[in-house]
Ligand binder design. Structure first.
Ligand SMILES: [Zn+2]
Length: 349
């Protein structure tokens, strides 16, 4: 008798004949070359379903005891993506292109280009950064200059502020960067609601301009650290709801506003209505009665580990920009925190 399975199955059912003619089943050879195709397929389905039950029912709960092992990684990395990187290329001789080139080697995925003290980059350089960025696949965002007050009593200052933000958006467009983060306004003795309305109007106007230009860039007012500035979590969420803009949440700023108090879980729950991946800044922070004094390294309050836990618990995809004085080094520290919880960073974005 021939040992060819197809020849053996020739005497079997019509279904077996059909299967035999359609496929050469590798599993059949592993079990026994004489096993009919239908039997080997059944065994294969049994084994795979038992494996999946074992994996989800038995291994999954174990991840809490062995958080850094492969079980957690395989179960939890689905539907959550974290991108980490520095604020600015200061740690890489200051050149944005140099930063984009070095980040993948460090195992980081994102960078916020800093126009904090003015926009020195022209459109041509922005285009070059964009080309380079395509090669290295780094997600870029932009921080617009600090000298912005969309609610200033002086009209000229408002116009200059809008121009600084829109110029940042233009560079962002050519770099392929998004969003453009900015500190929207200061109260300066003006009634809070008036400042809010002026900021809202300015954002809506800038959004119209961005749309007409065809730039794929979102405006992201940031939660600010000083009580003198517009940018509490409430005010920022209200701007998002009333203008459709995006936002940047800096938990360190909110921690300083709250004089050392911030419930990360509650903060994240209030942001649930945002369906896109979030954009965060993080660092240690010092504060006074007026709020933020200055950014310090990650080892200080607020507690990054607590923040990371709440993010992982809620599976919140996000970018986290390190605004510590040692930018990328603290990004690597953040990375170790997530890896300690079993999160695996993909090389590709
Ligand atoms: Zn900022």
């Amino acid at each position: 008798m021939s040992t060819n399975p197809i020849a053996i199955n020739a005497s079997g059912s019509v279904w077996e004949k059909y299967l035999s003619s359609r496929m050469e089943n590798p599993f059949q050879k592993i079990i026994n070359p004489h096993t009919p195709t239908s039997v080997s397929i059944t065994i294969f389905l049994w084994v795979s379903s038992y494996l999946s039950i074992f994996f989800s029912a038995v291994l999954r709960p174990l991840r809490f005891f062995f958080p850094a092992n492969i079980i957690y990684i395989a179960c939890e990395n689905i539907n959550m993506k974290i991108l980490l990187g520095p604020a600015g290329a200061g740690g890489f001789d200051g050149s944005t292109i140099e930063g984009v080139r070095k980040l993948p080697g460090l195992g980081l995925q994102t960078m916020e280009v800093q126009f904090s003290h003015g926009i020195a980059m022209g459109n041509e350089l922005a285009k070059k950064v964009g080309l380079e960025n395509k090669k290295y696949n780094i997600k870029l965002s932009v921080h617009a200059p600090f000298f912005i007050n969309l609610a200033s009593k002086e009209k000229k200052k408002v116009e200059e502020s809008k121009k600084r933000i829109l110029d940042s958006c233009e560079r962002a467009h050519f770099m392929g960067a998004d969003p453009v983060v900015f500190h929207p306004a200061y109260f300066g003795g003006v009634e809070k609601e008036k400042v809010f309305q002026a900021t809202k109007e300015a954002i809506i106007e800038m959004q119209g301009f961005i749309k007409r230009k065809g730039w794929e860039v979102r405006l992201a007012p940031e939660t600010t650290g000083k009580h003198s500035a517009l940018g509490s979590l409430d005010e920022t969420i209200r701007l998002v709801k009333e203008t459709g803009c995006f936002l940047c949440v800096d938990p360190a700023h909110l921690f300083a506003r709250g004089y050392g108090k911030l419930d990360f879980g509650e903060m994240l729950d209030r942001l649930k209505f945002i369906k896109e991946p979030m954009h965060f800044h993080f660092s240690g922070i010092e504060y006074t009665s007026k709020g933020e004094r200055n950014h310090i390294v990650l080892d200080h309050s607020p507690d990054f580990m607590e923040f990371a836990k709440e993010l992982v618990k809620r599976k919140i995809s996000c970018t986290i920009i390190s605004e510590s004085p040692i930018t990328w080094q603290d990004s690597l520290k953040m990375k170790r925190v997530f890896e300690g919880m079993g999160y695996r960073f993909y090389k590709e974005i």
